[in-house]
Design a protein. Structure first.
Length: 207
């Protein structure tokens, strides 16, 4: 009972303090290009395990909408994006090509390091959940490979920085996989993959 009362009191203090801070709300559109790497931690081929796969960077893109709400310095930025990521990994004999199409929902916590009237410098971080679309595929130069060896939902963590100039916003962010994009042993062939990406995006705030 005492813990509940203390929790409610703390929440009341935080909310009342936050309510008195200057509040801002922005809504906009954004688009970006990304460079991706598929990291294969292990590969099972006909019950034999391989761990010496190397990755080749591939480019992709994303676009969607974002909102930004918060105070003078601290803000929360949820996004809804269509994201396409491409990647390749393999060795001298086996090559896999990933074409990952997702609906991605990042939820980022940001801080304005410099906040001027016409420009601001920001840093942000947070998780992103991606719903994998059925048009995604994982191709491989192996017989009996099932290209549906992809998970339905994947998670990554994002870290980046950005600059706002008037209504325009520019971001660069790095993301790394928290969960695997593919795994398992389908038809004796299974790959454990995670995707790392660097993304540069440009956005426009309507208000």
């Amino acid at each position: 009972m005492k813990k509940s009362i203390l929790t409610i009191a703390l929440l009341t203090i935080v909310l009342s303090t936050y309510a008195q801070l200057p509040f801002t709300f922005d809504l906009g559109i954004k688009a970006g290009i990304n460079s991706n790497q598929v990291n294969t931690s292990s590969a099972t081929i006909n019950n034999i395990n391989y761990t010496n796969f190397t990755s080749t960077g591939k480019s992709g893109f994303d676009f969607g909408i974002f909102a930004r709400l918060g105070g003078k310095r601290l803000y929360l930025q949820p996004e809804l994006l269509y994201c396409q990521q491409n990647g390749q990994s393999g060795d001298a004999l086996v090559t896999q090509n990933l074409n990952l199409k997702t609906i991605q929902v990042p939820v980022l916590l940001g801080f304005k390091l410099i906040n001027l009237r016409v420009a601001s410098l920001r840093a942000f971080t947070g998780p992103a959940m991606s719903y994998v679309l059925t048009s995604s595929n994982l191709e491989m130069n192996l017989p009996n490979f099932d290209p549906k060896n992809l998970k339905n939902n994947i998670w990554n963590w994002q870290l980046g920085a950005g600059i706002d100039i008037l209504k325009f916003t520019f971001d660069i962010r790095y993301s790394w996989g928290l969960s695997n994009t593919s795994e398992g042993n389908l038809n004796n062939i299974g790959f454990v993959n995670k995707v790392k990406a660097m993304t540069f995006s440009v956005g426009f705030k309507f208000f």
